[in-house]
Design a protein. Structure first.
Ligand code: MOS
Length: 691
């Protein structure tokens, strides 16, 4: 039997999704269903002094108007982000301050616009600035890294370098825009809470809901069989779930609550804007001797969220003298949150742009420059990487792209009005593992079922786990079923940080191995009721936690820029990646191409346009927050090199959800410089910056 792993199976749920039978969070039917609509604060900072819900309540079909004066009480010590409708304080514009529940979504929406709130408005501070005297050093950066890391002596090394660059970069805020907004259906029965949720992982959501509502964990069940994308925005329990559960408690009926697209822009998280300074000292051969990366980002007054912007620089290239720092501004803004390749996305834009400037300064080819600064030893820990195929990605990418004999001269290729250029960048993302558990059952009819509370947020994780399970059971895939997306299943961490498949597959393999051992003991005679085993990999995972493990890549871009209007078009995007074992080439390619496309969108289009006067974004819909559309996206090619890593997990899987975006924007910005001679250090690359 040939292995299932490595085969390009179509998604198991693909048919259900395209025929509309796959149910998402607000598509589950329920008897007596009611609809809720969130009411956002219309001030930036202050205190609610009065709530008048008479006009809202007068709308036909309105069942309840919840606010801080009448909502069910939540435990105060669980999560400040979720502690809503409990107190009159407003911390940011768009903060949920009331919820309307009605018989229909139309009535709920109309009434939501009629809830009148009076405020005592206080002055606000929302502008991210490198000159902010209140910038501070957080205790750590996400998820738990030191804020500042020093090796050697940067100042001395930099002063002594023959080539020195001191560069400033800025990235704006970005908004997670999954097709499915944050959405929940909540219902209570006999003191038990059942939620269908859009979360990227329900194991932590179950526990947090239990604590918020003072319930035993077993009294809460959260289901997310299908999730319409997340990109990190749904990584943990979000406020709409809590609001839906409160609303359901009050009206004693199942309640659906989906955020509007407008409400997705800010209140539930976004990628922080960054201000970055990169200094590179190098020899005339382009070998880096000193690197410093200082990153500034923002958090809210509600909770601390510290983007790990400079992390990329800690582990990517060799240099004896190095320093990375993070500082944060605490502003009257919504709390930033996770968005695809947090930290590495803005950080790689800065470092990989700076390397392009170094290549030009030293007159070394950009691919060659990265090869010269390659290292088999993690510069931060001093330990060898478990595997490192950056050079293979660079070399293979250069070959596939046709990089050889590139003339590095900027603004030297013109056809009619079009200036053309090519650029490239390195890429990497940590290959982390999280604890997980799974169970496997053999049935007397020769079929198997594998269960794990993993989440398929559209990535194809269900299909990949099914392939992994079939091989581990040495069974034809047709005899294997996979159950996931339900807290009734063995606990596992959310789909985030590119940890999903690497961690879940480990637990699935161990469960299947254990089951096979027991079947051997029974000589294959499966009891009539089936044979069940359940395993946890937590101890195994903990034993490996400190190894430096990364996926790598190389990104290449070709652009053309209209010399008269500055219009920029990406003509070609090509990436080569080293992401460990490839479980399913079809779903892997989709992840990589999706990430690269998101990087293109970041380079040219996406931008949260913040207006400090109003303390919010001027653009908060998909008309004014432009995400690259089909016409903007050329042929995007993703390839991979053989990347074996025996120290990662049983199959050597690295995870590929995020690496596709890392470096993509820098490759495009570098190509734009090659085309025009204009170096854009502040994204996005809009035409005004090129003229
Ligand atoms: Mo990803 S931003 O960790 O879901």
């Amino acid at each position: 039997m040939s292995p299932a792993v490595g085969q390009p199976y179509a998604r198991l749920e693909g048919h259900d999704k395209v025929t509309g039978t796959a149910r998402y969070a607000v598509e589950y039917p329920a008897d007596g269903l009611a609809y809720a609509q969130m009411v956002p604060a219309t001030i930036v900072r202050g205190v609610i002094t009065g709530v008048d819900s008479r006009a809202a309540s007068a709308i036909d079909g309105v069942l309840a108007v919840l606010h801080h004066g009448n909502a069910p009480r939540l435990a105060a010590d669980v999560d400040a982000e979720l502690y809503r409708l409990q107190e009159p304080t407003v911390h940011f514009r768009g903060q949920p301050v009331a919820v309307v529940v009605a018989e229909t979504i139309e009535a709920a929406r109309e009434a939501a616009g009629l809830v009148r709130l009076d405020y005592d408005v206080r002055p606000h501070r929302t502008e991210l600035s490198a000159q902010d005297p209140q910038l501070y050093q957080p205790g750590h950066v996400n998820p738990n890294y030191p804020t500042d890391v020093v090796a050697g002596d940067f100042d001395t090394g930099f002063a002594a370098a023959e080539v020195r660059l001191d560069l400033a970069y800025r990235t704006p805020s970005y908004h997670n825009s999954p097709m499915e907004p944050h959405a929940s259906t909540a219902q209570w029965r006999d003191g038990q809470l059942l939620v269908h949720d859009s979360s990227q992982g329900t194991t932590p959501a179950q526990e947090i809901l239990a604590r918020l509502f003072g319930l035993p964990v077993a009294a809460v069940r959260v289901v997310n069989r299908h999730v319409g994308g997340g990109f990190g925005g749904k990584l943990y329990l979000k406020v709409q779930t809590v609001l839906a559960a409160m609303a359901s408690q009050v009206v004693d009926r199942p309640v659906r609550l989906a955020l509007t697209r407008h409400q997705m822009f800010g209140p539930v998280g976004y990628r922080t804007p960054t201000i970055q300074r990169v200094r590179l000292g190098a020899g005339p051969d382009g070998r880096i001797t000193a690197v410093a990366h200082d990153a500034i980002s923002q958090t809210s007054t509600v909770t601390e969220f510290a983007e790990q912007t400079a992390l990329y620089t800690r582990n990517m290239y060799a240099a004896p003298h190095r320093r990375t720092t993070h500082r944060i501004a605490r502003l009257d803004v919504p709390t930033p949150f996770w968005m695809r390749a947090p930290g590495h996305t803005p950080g790689s834009f800065a470092l990989e742009s700076a390397l392009d400037e170094l290549a030009l300064a030293c007159q070394v080819d950009p691919v060659e420059l990265r090869l010269r600064n390659d290292t088999a030893i993690d510069p931060e820990s001093g330990h060898p990487f478990t595997s490192r195929n950056l050079a293979a990605c660079l070399t293979d990418g250069a070959h596939r792209f046709g990089w050889a004999d590139r003339d590095p001269t900027p603004r030297a290729r013109r056809t009619g009005r079009w200036l053309s250029g090519t650029g490239m960048a390195g890429s990497s993302y940590p290959a982390r593992i999280r604890p997980a558990s799974a169970s496997a059952t053999a049935y007397a009819d020769g079929s198997f079922e594998v269960r794990i509370n993993a989440a398929d947020i559209g990535t194809g994780a269900r299909t990949a786990l099914w392939q992994v399970a079939a091989d581990a059971l040495d069974a034809p895939p047709q005899r294997v079923r996979v159950q996931m997306g339900d807290t009734a299943l063995p606990a596992a961490d959310p789909a985030g940080g590119s940890t999903g498949l690497a961690s879940w597959s480990w637990a699935v393999v161990r469960a299947c191995e254990r089951l096979c051992e027991q079947l051997v003991g029974l000589r294959g005679r499966v009891p009539a009721e089936g044979l069940l085993v359940e395993v946890s990999i937590d101890d195994e995972v903990a034993a490996q936690a400190t190894l430096p493990r990364y996926a790598y890549g190389a990104q290449f871009a070709e652009v053309r820029v209209d010399a008269d209007t500055g219009e920029t078009q990406v003509r070609r995007l090509l990436g080569v990646f080293a992401v460990g074992r490839v479980v399913n080439p079809t779903t892997l390619r989709s992840q990589l191409v999706g990430g690269m496309t998101m990087g293109l969108s970041m380079a040219l289009h996406e931008q949260g346009a913040f207006d400090n006067r109003y303390g919010t974004w001027a653009n908060h819909d998909l008309a004014s927050y432009h995400i690259s559309s089909n016409a903007d996206v050329p042929a995007v090619e993703a390839h991979w090199v053989t990347d074996e890593d025996s120290q990662l997990n049983p199959l050597g899987i690295k995870g590929a959800g995020e690496i596709g975006i890392v470096g993509a924007a820098a490759a495009i910005a570098n190509a734009v410089h090659h085309a025009t001679g204009v170096r854009v250090r502040e994204l996005p690359i809009t035409l005004d910056k090129l003229l």
